[in-house]
Design a protein around this ligand. Structure first.
Ligand code: PMP
Length: 322
């Protein structure tokens, strides 16, 4: 689908996957005026295809568009187009539990300009790709590396939307973490380098004694859809959940004393990703003896059961395509 100031959004179409042509001076290539979303279609046990809270992805795409001075989309229209695209061939959707069809809508400024300004023309594209189960060898805890050298997002920046530049800025820290043997980076706030924000492409949760805690949306944390689902599900189970500031000292002290029972990341890709080891200032801390905890497992089982239609969806989260 294309946008220009005179015609608005137009020329929506489905085309075979292939290369696109861009002017070498396209604004996106120089000034990163690009945003995206990520969601999945699940092939259910009843043979039905489901999307998980896709309206939230549409709303977040529009919040990202607003932040990057891009035109809003018609959420109903884009979601209908995504459904049509998926249903072209049901065989695209892997059948195994855990596997899914990944859906990537993205929008970027195409106007040629060497001056820094919002583009007057845009492309919105949706690509699909089958993805295999995230956990091929069991539900394994990851090792994370707390960076106090780099920051992902600063107050007033674009951290709370899904802008391509956020990910470009995160590459160096991820590379450093990988070179030291860790799979994910745990980001701290940009101002004090003290309060936990999120981890890699996931939000983060800490299970302290009988309270589940996740960093409050500070303006530089992405409001994850899985994060919101975990909060709602845990509250539905009667577990106290707080969204508040969590300092790295509280996490370290909790890991050392055992007050921190579990830690896990949440996101569309992994759903729940237990954290077994945390490295901060050269020191490693074990969480739950480096093992997956019962709360992480229960949340994973429940959310995936809803996504694959194995269980009732008491929240009305799934959209069934047929
Ligand atoms: N934080 C970041 C930076 C992410 O890229 C993602 C993945 N979209 C998340 C958190 C988790 O968001 P969601 O649960 O909506 O996938």
């Amino acid at each position: 689908m294309e946008y220009d100031c005179n015609r608005g959004w137009h020329s929506a179409r489905i085309e075979p996957y292939g290369a696109i042509t861009l002017d070498p001076a396209a604004i996106v290539l120089h000034y990163a005026q690009t945003i995206f979303e990520g969601l999945k279609a699940y092939f259910g046990v009843d043979g039905k295809i489901r999307l998980f809270r896709p309206w939230e992805n549409m709303r977040r795409l529009n919040r990202s568009a607003e932040r990057l001075c891009m035109p809003k989309i018609d959420e109903d229209f884009v979601l209908e187009a995504i459904k049509k695209l998926i249903l072209i061939d049901r065989a695209w959707i892997p059948r195994e539990k855990g596997a899914a069809l990944y859906i990537r809508p993205f929008m970027f400024g195409t106007e040629p300009s060497l001056g820094v300004k919002p583009s007057h023309s845009y492309l919105l594209i949706v690509i699909l790709s089958p993805v295999s189960a995230y956990y091929q060898e069991g539900f394994n805890p990851v090792k994370i590396y707390v960076t106090d050298e780099f920051v992902r997002a600063a107050p007033g920046g674009t951290g709370e939307v899904k802008a391509g530049g956020n990910y470009a800025a995160s590459l160096k820290a991820a590379e450093v973490a990988k070179s030291k043997g860790y799979t994910q980076v745990l980001w701290l706030d940009a101002v004090e380098r003290r309060y936990v924000e999120e981890v890699g492409t996931m939000n983060i949760f800490f299970y302290f004694e009988d309270e589940l805690v996740t960093p409050a949306l500070s303006g530089s944390i992405l409001p994850g859809i899985t994060r919101d689902s975990v909060i709602k599900l845990a509250r539905h189970w009667g577990l106290p959940v707080s969204e508040r500031r969590v300092s790295i000292e509280e996490v370290i002290e909790g890991a050392a004393s055992g007050r921190l029972k579990e830690c896990f990341g949440t996101g569309t890709a992994a759903v729940i990703s237990p954290v077994g080891v945390l490295c901060y200032q050269g020191q490693e801390y074990l969480i739950n003896r480096g093992e997956t905890g019962p709360l992480a497992r229960r949340l994973f089982d429940e959310l995936t059961a809803i996504q694959y239609g194995e269980k009732e969806d008491p929240f009305g989260w799934t959209v069934v395509l047929g």
